[in-house]
Design a protein around this ligand. Structure first.
Ligand code: DGL
Length: 266
């Protein structure tokens, strides 16, 4: 039996990138109420030490739990890498993150068993993707792509400068046996056009945002906590500047958003 559960899904990201996850969740589950928190005051998380990211991420997740969300979605690879081990113990509501769903999909679709992940420095340092594929026999190449986040946040998803940067980042996997590339940062789905252009049609891109949204659907369906209807509410909270969040967020979500500022003590 399905229980109609109107409490919101809490979606957390260091900033804007998680909106690519929110976008797929809104498409798949239009009836769900969404409460999104972007820690833009402390973003980007990618260059920070893992312990610091862990502290920030847990404070934000605690804030969402205090606001009575029915499930938590960690829509940030860097934060997922930092709290993967602790978050499931800490919260007693369904929790979905981005790394395991994306890694599982990549292992399933790769025929050569040669996979690459594009991610932030902190995600790479954590070894979370290496751990996720370790037991499968697949080989993982990790490529840190810090400038990709800068491009997305500046609203740039094409053009010569981005193409040159993408060609340089992706050089190690072009022409190699890699047939599957994980977009291991929630900003990167916005760059799938240029990434796919550089890598060619033989390489399958796995979006951690898409896989995370699918996992969210499955988790709520399993727990009988899906909300019926098609009129879900959407609230967007930021620890930073709400006007900037609304401007960039509207582009990433593909729909106009209003944003409220929230204080998260860390
Ligand atoms: N959202 C982050 C991720 O998926 C990238 C942005 C950041 O560095 O904060 O890793």
């Amino acid at each position: 039996m399905t229980v109609d559960d109107g409490a919101p899904i809490g979606i957390f990201d260091s900033g804007f990138g998680g909106l690519t996850v929110a976008r797929v969740i809104v498409d798949q589950l239009p009836g769900e109420n969404i409460l999104y928190l972007g820690d833009t005051a402390r973003a980007p998380y990618g260059p920070r030490p893992i312990a610091e990211v862990r502290r920030y991420a847990l404070a934000c997740l605690d804030t969402l739990v205090d606001m009575d969300v029915k499930a938590l979605v960690i829509a940030c690879n860097t934060a997922s890498a930092a709290v993967l081990a602790d978050a499931r113990e800490r919260y007693d509501i369904p929790l979905v993150e981005v790394i395991l769903p994306a890694a599982r999909r990549a292992v399933r679709v790769s025929r050569t068993r040669e996979i690459a992940v594009l991610c932030t420095q902190a995600t790479a340092t954590s070894g979370a993707y290496d751990d996720a594929v370790a037991a499968t026999g697949a080989h993982l190449t990790t490529i840190v792509c810090p400038r990709f986040v800068e491009f997305v946040e500046a609203g740039i998803t094409g053009g010569d400068e981005l193409l040159a940067v993408a060609e340089s980042y992706l050089a190690p996997v072009r022409g190699a046996a890699v047939d599957t590339v994980i977009l291991g940062c929630t900003h990167y789905p916005l760059l799938s056009g240029v990434i796919s252009y550089v890598l060619g049609p033989e390489v399958t891109l796995v979006s951690s945002a898409e896989e995370c949204a699918n996992a969210t659907y499955s988790s709520l369906a399993r727990e009988h906590r899906l909300r019926r209807g098609d009129d879900g509410s959407r609230r967007f909270l930021t620890t930073g500047n709400p006007d900037r969040f609304a401007r960039i967020g509207t582009r990433l979500l593909g729909a106009a958003i209003n944003t409220e500022q929230v204080k998260v003590e860390v």
